[in-house]
Every structure is written in structure tokens, then in C-alpha cells.
Design a protein around this ligand. Sequence first.
Ligand code: PMV
Length: 322
Amino acid sequence: MTTAIAGSNIAFVKYWGNLDDALRLPMNGSISMTLDAAVTTTAVEFSPDFSADSLLLNEQPAAEAAVQRASRQLDHLRQLAGVATRAHIVSSNSFPTGAGIASSASGMAALTVAAAGALGLDLPEAELSKIARLGSGSASRSIAGGFVEWYAGARHDDSYAVQIAPPEHWDLVDVVAIVSAEEKEVGSTAGHPLAHTSPFYQARLGELQRTLPLMRKAIFERDLELFGELLEAEAISLHVASMTSRPSILYWTAGTMTLLHALRGWRQRGTAVGYFTIDAGPNVHILTERAHVPALLEQLGQLECVASTLVCAAGQGARVVG
Ligand code: PMV
């Protein structure tokens, strides 16, 4: 049995829409931070005694669709190892599943690393990233730690993520404000194929050519103001594309919007500093430097729409722990 741990990640420049849905080759490159306090721990054991793959998720037998997705992920590694042995997987998240904190990213990264270890495959990080990508696009970024860029590529072999700066490069913190811990209705897997149906999607892709180098610069220079401006514009761009796809997907709830207005108000009044981004769900990730966290948490505590908060710094990449 091999156990691995992987952090989720928050994308500053986001992945939305595929060049190839089956291979999860993205239309654009993306940049993220791997999170230290939103992690999945996964143990995998292969045995000829098992007749089928099984998955225990957060101490419950997982739904059939989740077992099949995990099983397909194991198939990639079984093929590399030249075996057909079935596996038992035991996985748990340190945060609510399916609520805009990417459990698929940490989950697929942890599963990939644990299963590779259990099969005795010694794969370089880029290879693990490519395999994780096949299970969930954003999982490709959770293989690496700190600040990470996923090169879009145009083929399986050139679409993978690498670290662009280590965790200690910048004391940036993601304060996740959970406005709803319920499962979202339309996951990102259903969202990506719809991206192309938005009339604003091509404009988004064009804008990303400008955003990507500027975001790299903001991170390298630890320029919080430039970073924040790019971060919010990029999140809004993704959600414009999702809201205007056919059918339209609305990830934001009333609580999401209340929080966005509140955050901008705090910034204007100088009572708290932070910048938002939002994934495929209602929760708001507020990025700021650690020194600003106490004031931000105090303001968030006064909002009724915020059910709970989770503070994450830049964390390590996926790794075997036992
Ligand atoms: O990797 P997926 O299919 O869960 O897609 C992730 C999509 C976003 O979270 C909205 C953006 C991103 O890059 O993480």
C-alpha cells in the first residue's frame, strides 16, 4: 500500500475549454498556486485478490461514477506498468467536496502519485503531471508545488505543469470564503465543452495572451496590486464565458455577489486588502499577503453569507508519504 498527499490549487489564470476533450488538452495555458491546507490524502493498494477497483471517499463507498473515473485513471498507470491488477483506494479530503475548492485537482494528483508508487513506477514530475491531467485538467498543476504554470501544449506529450517559483517565494495566502458547501450542479467537466459556445470565448482567449506574461511578472516581482487587478479581471472573464455559454452556467449565488461588493468596499475604505477569484462554484477565494489576513478575517466574520473560511498558503507538490 502506498499513500500520497496532494494539495488542491487555486488558478490565477484559469483553464476553461479544451482543444481535445478526451485528452484534456486545454485551449490556454494557466497559472496557479498549490494550496497547503486543502489537501487530499489517498492510499492505494493493488492486489490479485481484488476482483474490481473500489473507492472509499471520505469514509463512504464512492458513487459508481467516481469509482469509474478513478478506475480509468488507474488504467493509465496499469498500462505503463504492464499489469491488470485491481486496486483498493481510500481517499479523504480536508475540505468539502465539489464546492469550488478543486477536490478533483488534489484527488487526481494524489491518486496518480499513490498509484504510480504502489506500482513501482518511478516517473519524472512532468510525466506524472501529464497523467494527472488525463483525470482532471487542473490536477496537472497539483503535481508541482508553490507557483505553477501549465503549458497548454497541443499533444499529450507537451501539455504539463511545472513550478515557476517555490512556495517560499511569496507569502501569498488564499483565504477561501465558503458561501456554500453544497455540491455544485454543473461541474467543470460539463463546463469545458460548453466554453466554445460563448460568443465571448474567443475574446477571452485573445486577452489571455496579454494576461499570462503579466501574471508571471506580477508573481516574480511580488507585485500585489498588479496581481490583484489581473486576478479579478481574469475570474470575471471566465465567468462571462460560462454565463454566456449555451446552455448558460451560473456559478455565482447571491452570497458570492454580496462578498465581491463587500471586498471592493473594504479595499476602498482601507479596512482590508485582498483580491478575489472564483472557480466553477459559488465560493470566493481572496488572495492577499499574510500580513493582511487578520483584518480580512475580521471583516469576513461580519458577513452573514460567509459560512466558514479556510486559510491556505502556497504548499508543496504531490508526494508519497508512506
Ligand atoms: O480541472 P477541471 O476540469 O476541474 O477544471 C478546472 C476549472 C477551473 O477551476 C474553473 C479553472 C482552473 O484552472 O482551475
